[in-house]
Design a protein around this ligand. Structure first.
Ligand SMILES: C=CC1=C(C)c2cc3[nH]c(cc4nc(cc5[nH]c(cc1n2)c(C)c5CCC(=O)O)C(CCC(=O)O)=C4C)c(C)c3C=C
Ligand SMILES: [Fe+2]
Ligand SMILES: [Fe+2]
Length: 343
């Protein structure tokens, strides 16, 4: 019997340092997130980052926490419930880190008699620290605990025409009544090194301003290429003027170079260039979360206005909007009936 496992990133159980610390420990000790040898990761994460970050992160989580819990978890559950209404197949939800794990999700499907699983990483783009780690973890759990199950993985859907239509529709709605000077597509950042590590050709991705526009098999796993592709396709779908659109990368940790341009520097640059009214969208996330609600909607606005900007609008993620739920229902239906996956 077929079934579906949706997987998102996960959140701490509460916005307190006590709960944020074990969550960050699991997250940052993932070798695909902080990709240093284990002994060094131990020093970096447990010896340095976790000494101060949980307190700082907990404060940030407190600013965005909802009565029902973490926005990312609440929204993922709302999405789950609505997707269930679109299909007769069992659908479960798992989180890569923290409570409500991938194992619990697979177990729920197993108890319903599912032995053929469609695994859906809830990330539009491929990155070793997001999409890839979900797939690796799910396959590890499946092999160890549910060896009779067969798992098929949904590909990254960053350029799928239906996804672009749905994303463009959400952005058009968000831009309504806003006489914007610029639309910034802010994607979660990753270290530049991750791009090179994910290049199967080992020579294509040079992050030189050219490689992401030159055809290559490397783009199946090139986060940077995929992010720029999403921006370009939405720009075309909405007929946005070339000089009013750009992409940037947010949420970097100190240390190695991360993908540029950095979102916070872009806020300043755009304000200084006289772009008084700025709209920001965050298409690396399908659900609003700490990174969109605190870093972009709150901090971003402050930074932009302080730099001289006049008006700022953060456009929400797809969350549980009807068109997105219907599209996931359509993809599940196609897989269930013909085995086809979104291209
Ligand atoms: C080395 C560090 C990190 C990499 C690489 C990274 C990639 C990455 N992350 C997301 C999605 C989310 N990240 C979120 C929070 C978050 N991310 C990092 C670090 C890296 N992420 C940290 C330390 C945190 C925790 C908060 C903080 O202390 O700043 C979230 C929000 C979770 C929530 O509970 O709301 C999401 C979502 C992607 C898609 C990605 C690679 C493309
Ligand atoms: Fe992150
Ligand atoms: Fe590239």
């Amino acid at each position: 019997m077929k079934g579906v496992l949706l997987v998102n990133l996960g959140s701490p159980d509460s916005p307190t340092p006590k709960d944020v610390k074990p969550y960050l420990d699991e997250f940052l000790m993932d070798e695909r997130v902080i990709d240093a040898p284990k002994w060094l990761r131990n020093i970096l994460v447990r010896g340095i980052i976790l000494q101060t970050r949980p307190k700082r992160s907990a404060k940030a989580y407190q600013k965005i926490w909802w009565e029902e819990g973490s926005p990312l978890i609440v929204i993922s559950n709302r999405f789950l419930e609505k997707v269930r209404e679109q299909t007769r197949l069992p659908v479960a939800l798992g989180m890569r880190y923290g409570s409500g794990s991938i194992e619990e999700g697979l177990n729920e499907l197993n108890e319903k008699g599912v032995d053929e699983v469609l695994l859906v990483p809830l990330y539009p783009h491929y990155a070793m620290s997001s999409y890839e780690t979900v797939v690796v973890k799910a396959l590890e759990v499946q092999a160890a605990k549910f060896p009779h199950m067969h798992v098929t993985t949904m590909p990254a859907f960053y350029s799928n025409k239906d996804y672009i239509r749905v994303l463009a529709g959400a952005i058009a709605e968000g831009l309504k009544g806003f006489d914007y000077d610029h639309v910034l597509f802010s994607y979660h950042g990753i270290p530049e090194r991750h791009i090179r590590k994910s290049d199967p050709t080992r020579f294509h991705c040079k992050i030189d301003g050219q490689c992401c526009q030159t055809n290559s098999v490397a783009h199946y796993t090139c986060y940077r290429h995929q992010c720029y592709d999403t921006t370009e396709l939405v720009k075309q779908a909405l007929d946005l003027p070339e000089d009013k659109v750009s992409s940037s990368f947010q949420s970097r940790l100190a240390g190695d170079p991360w993908l540029k341009p950095y979102t916070d520097y872009e806020f300043e640059r755009l304000a200084k260039e006289g772009k008084a009214r700025l709209a920001v969208i965050t298409p690396a996330f399908v659900s609003d979360c700490l990174e969109t609600l605190e870093e972009i909607a709150m901090e971003g606005e402050e930074e932009f206005l302080e730099a001289g900007g006049k008006e700022y609008r953060h456009i929400p993620c797809l969350n549980d909007r009807g068109e997105w739920v219907a599209l996931m229902g359509k993809w599940i239906g196609e897989w269930a009936s013909t085995g086809a996956l979104p291209a």
